[in-house]
Design a binder for this molecule. Sequence first.
Ligand SMILES: Nc1nc2c(ncn2[C@@H]2O[C@H](COP(=O)(O)OP(=O)(O)O)[C@@H](O)[C@H]2O)c(=O)[nH]1
Ligand SMILES: Nc1nc2c(ncn2[C@@H]2O[C@H](COP(=O)(O)OP(=O)(O)O)[C@@H](O)[C@H]2O)c(=O)[nH]1
Lengths: 282, 282
Amino acid sequence: FNFNVLCVGKPGLGKTTLINSLFNQEFNDSTKDDDYETHNEELNEKDDVESVQINTKSAVIEENGVKLKLTVVDTPGFGSHINNTNAWSPVVKEINRRFDQYLDYENKVNRTTFDDMRIHACLYFIEPTGHCLTPLDLEFCSQIHKKCNLIPVIAKSDIMLDEEIKSFKTTIMKQLSDHQINVFQPPIYKLDDNDTKEMANKLYETLPYAVVGSNDMIQDPQDPNKMIRGRQYPWGIIEVENSKHSDFNYLRDLLIRQYLEELREKTHNILYENYRSNKLTK
Amino acid sequence: FNFNVLCVGKPGLGKTTLINSLFNQEFNDSTKDDDYETHNEELNEKDDVESVQINTKSAVIEENGVKLKLTVVDTPGFGSHINNTNAWSPVVKEINRRFDQYLDYENKVNRTTFDDMRIHACLYFIEPTGHCLTPLDLEFCSQIHKKCNLIPVIAKSDIMLDEEIKSFKTTIMKQLSDHQINVFQPPIYKLDDNDTKEMANKLYETLPYAVVGSNDMIQDPQDPNKMIRGRQYPWGIIEVENSKHSDFNYLRDLLIRQYLEELREKTHNILYENYRSNKLTK
Ligand SMILES: Nc1nc2c(ncn2[C@@H]2O[C@H](COP(=O)(O)OP(=O)(O)O)[C@@H](O)[C@H]2O)c(=O)[nH]1
Ligand SMILES: Nc1nc2c(ncn2[C@@H]2O[C@H](COP(=O)(O)OP(=O)(O)O)[C@@H](O)[C@H]2O)c(=O)[nH]1
């Protein structure tokens, strides 16, 4: 079955690296080598106001013994211009286009197999400034949260000290709630056992996830025979999967290991249904 | 005498922290506590295109046994909006205003003591994305380099691995030269000894300076009786004044300890003179 993740954020926030780390893939960012050329062109062609592209890459992966077709939708150009007015618009158009695609399919008389291309989750990458969400962050999240499951992450969080992360998270969650922006909350069912309920609460309380990703496999400082994802600095080694070093494991649990099905269900039963009824009542 | 440093870059790049670290001061950023409120207001009032403010703070400091009046000019609002068109314009206006102020003073018949408020150096903070300079970086630097000594720095460079910093620096310097943007180069005189020439070359080759700053004094890992500026992470301690950890010492040498007088002289003899002759020939 399909699992489609939208990744949004300015260039250089480690989006490609995080996706590679989460899914143990080597998605190559095909736009990366053109960066310098593209930026120079942009400057010469007068920084185009609305150029946010939609880029997709797919891979078949196996999770919990289940094969799934993972598609990552990337948005080069988002937030990278001098003028980022309406940067959200091409992204929302894309989400709608995929809803429409499903709507057409549902309406067919003869329905053959179909790739469900609807966006099941949006990972929004927040710059680790330590201050607060930017106007662009707030505008994008307001435009998107009713159309797909919003999961905010603090990019490259290894740049921040623990106490800085703590107060940054508090500020962010307050800003989101003040602007009535909903983030995805793992559902809790009556019949869940206490451990499951605790985990769901913990996952929600940890938002936004302060993540670290890495393309490098380095020697585990605790076990010389083991290779782990990490970043090796002159002053120490950051271990991506060490929950004292980042919230990577929490994000992986939410997005892949524990709540992938819930993300797909909510997209189908609630977000898509809202879109459909709004469209049909116009 | 006066030494005036202009600090430009998006919010959250550690500008205030770096200035505190360089000059061993506790400049408080008076705009900081308003951040959340200001950002919310901005969103409500429709993100104002040209609101870049000019903020100054001064302190008398002692360097090499010499007392000097340090003024730091900050630019809140630079690059922090959805639309950052002409973000450079209020900054260039401010530099010109200070040149005009000096021009008026020079033309007076009775000249009393005068605070030289011309900008002697501009520290431009580059986001540590690892890719390349943004359109805003290039536009700002093109507008400013003929008016004041430009010193580009890579902000919060502890986020990047050594090899990432190396290739980022190469990309940045190439982009600057392709756009014919000059950065301040420590002058070499015929009578300089070899050590001095080597240091001047080294300072130029190290551009842009990959800096780290900190407001925290922590225990020196090598000497428990000593307190040093650093950032204490679960995985290790970053020492601001350790040249294996950052180029902080190089920047401090260039800006304060070795070339402060050269920065002032070049401003007076070359940059101001160019401004003056351009103005008088119009
Ligand atoms: N410090 C730090 N650097 C990272 C992290 N993730 C990626 N990077 C580095 O940031 C740079 C840009 O990463 P990339 O994944 O290409 O960013 P993208 O443009 O958002 O896709 C690369 O040099 C990465 O090694 C992280 O979690 N922490
Ligand atoms: N990792 C890292 N964080 C820094 C550095 N300098 C400042 N910070 C942190 O970044 C945040 C914003 O710093 P600040 O100086 O207020 O940034 P400004 O808005 O540019 O003036 C604070 O939480 C600082 O502790 C640095 O060199 N490295």
